[in-house]
Design a protein around this ligand. Structure first.
Ligand SMILES: C[S@@+](CC[C@H](N)C(=O)[O-])C[C@H]1O[C@@H](n2cnc3c(N)ncnc32)[C@H](O)[C@@H]1O
Length: 281
């Protein structure tokens, strides 16, 4: 049986040979996942032997990563807003950039029992985090993908917020009942079709296309949601946007008559979040 050190060295070598960005880190994280241990435990046990069965699974994982499958789809895990999320190929992997959208909503002065609607819930990272950090909040969550809704429900259960979350299978607002929402939030598919070929293989070949692009100019969902949302009584409309979509989405919201339109920058100093107001919150 090989030692931890030997297994890691060989895993790292394979990933390096296949030009996987952070080969050392990924080789280590895959072994930590299989051994259910943290980094310190792995280092302390460098000279311990690894069971053959674990070695075999480890090299299957290395093989998948070598072919650019994202680490998170192999380990089925991504942290978001300090909370654990299950992920697989049916949902977009939660991005750190999206935390800004959640942080901006958490910071608003919610002083009663707010009700929010999320269009395109995916893994549930936005809604579940909002429920975790805003007490008395209730969320209605929709997605066109039933598989995504099932994963969002699993994550709601993992993070103990099932009683305050409702799921609706819907193409945009098609099945969303008429009711008042204090806010509508969405991180819609916003990559323009013409930019799809610039994506890393990890994204293009593995993440669901329906979560990435509108197959058009990248603005179709902003137009549709901004228009449809006006049929509901809402307070706030909040979107994640692409780094260069600030001016276009601002214009869409202005044309639709939204007020107090605010753009927020991410840590790379790019537009990432836009929030507008339709009514009182
Ligand atoms: C960019 S992902 C965002 C997922 C998650 N909210 C997040 O921030 O990680 C967009 C989501 O919108 C969903 N979606 C795409 N088209 C839709 C439509 N017409 N109606 C509702 N949801 C849609 C996709 O299935 C996907 O889960």
């Amino acid at each position: 049986m090989p030692t931890v050190k030997e297994v890691l060295a060989y895993g790292t070598q394979i990933l390096n040979q296949n030009k996987i960005g952070d080969a050392t880190r990924d080789a280590r994280l895959l072994l930590m996942h299989l051994l259910s241990c943290d980094r310190a435990t792995l280092i302390i046990n460098n000279d311990k032997l690894v069971e053959e069965e674990i070695v075999a699974t480890y090299f299957k994982y290395i093989d998948r990563r070598k072919n650019h499958e994202p680490l998170q789809y192999i380990t089925h895990y991504q942290e978001f807003m300090g909370l654990p999320f299950y992920v697989d190929q049916n949902v977009l992997i939660p991005r750190q950039d999206t935390e800004l959208l959640v942080e901006k909503l958490i910071a608003l002065p919610w002083n009663h029992h707010p009700i929010g609607l999320e269009i395109g819930v995916g893994s549930g990272c936005i809604s579940v985090s909002l429920l975790h950090y805003i007490s008395n909040l209730t969320m209605v969550c929709s997605d066109i993908s039933q598989a995504a809704l099932d994963i969002a429900a699993k994550n709601a259960s993992i993070n103990a917020c099932i009683p305050r979350i409702k799921f609706i299978h819907s193409d945009l607002f098609a099945n969303i009942p008429q009711q008042k929402f204090d806010f509508i939030v969405s991180n819609p598919p916003y990559i323009p079709k013409c930019e799809m070929n610039q994506l890393q293989p990890e994204v293009l070949d593995f993440e669901p296309a329906a979560a990435l692009t509108d197959s058009g100019d990248g603005l179709a969902f902003y137009r549709a949601i901004a228009t449809e949302a006006k049929k509901y009584e809402i307070g706030i409309l909040a979107f994640e946007i692409g780094y260069n979509q600030g001016p276009d989405v601002t214009k869409i919201l202005e044309i639709e008559g939204y007020q107090n339109i605010q753009l927020f920058y991410d840590y790379n100093n790019k537009h990432r979040v836009i929030i507008a107001q339709q009514g009182e919150i």
